[in-house]
Design a protein around this ligand. Sequence first.
Ligand code: 13P
Length: 225
Amino acid sequence: MNPIIVANWKMNPQTLKGAFELTKAVRKGVRSANANVVLCPPYVFIPQLLAAKNMEIGAQNCSWQEQGPLTGEVSPRQLKDLGCSYVILGHSERKKELGETLAMVQRKVAAALTAKLRVILCVESVAELRTLKKKVRSFKNVAVVYEPSFAISTQGGRRVAPRHIAAMVSRLKKVAGRNVPVLYGGSVDAKSMRDIMTKGNVQGALVGAASLKAKEFIALVKNAL
Ligand code: 13P
């Protein structure tokens, strides 16, 4: 299976020009790589970047509701209709900063899967995954990300030993299912990627800060192969 490398740009960059330039550079650099590279820009850039083609584009969030009165929200169907293929759900920053609960994440996962989006589902523990799994019938289009918040570059960036990652991967797979890809997130860069892939036994990575620097991100993708 090709590795899945997901770029979570978070609330960056600040201009459309910056988003175009980053996409263009990444597209050129990863063109021949045997990896599923997914760029997840802020909502506002998605239509323009999709129009530029040739990159898989995902969103960083979506509503749990299919349609209707929910000010400021974007439905999974709208994302699918634009041409998005993926959505990141359950990110710890949304839980911590915006009060997103596991009950909300459960509903979002169900709505996203109904809209035929692939879900990049972030969890910090096996218990969290167990709770989420209760309400989701099939994990067929889900990739689970083990992303402890203390490992995120802007939150301390503590390094997690690859053998610990491997142990978590095996515990998470027991809950999610053998065939569900498990990725790792938290300060992944070009240098750490190879060890995380090989010794951590993951199928890919969710990348924040390092995905905003084209050269670093391209090197990271190559080191995942
Ligand atoms: P960093 O790669 O900057 O630690 O961010 C990780 C993350 O939050 C990706 O979702």
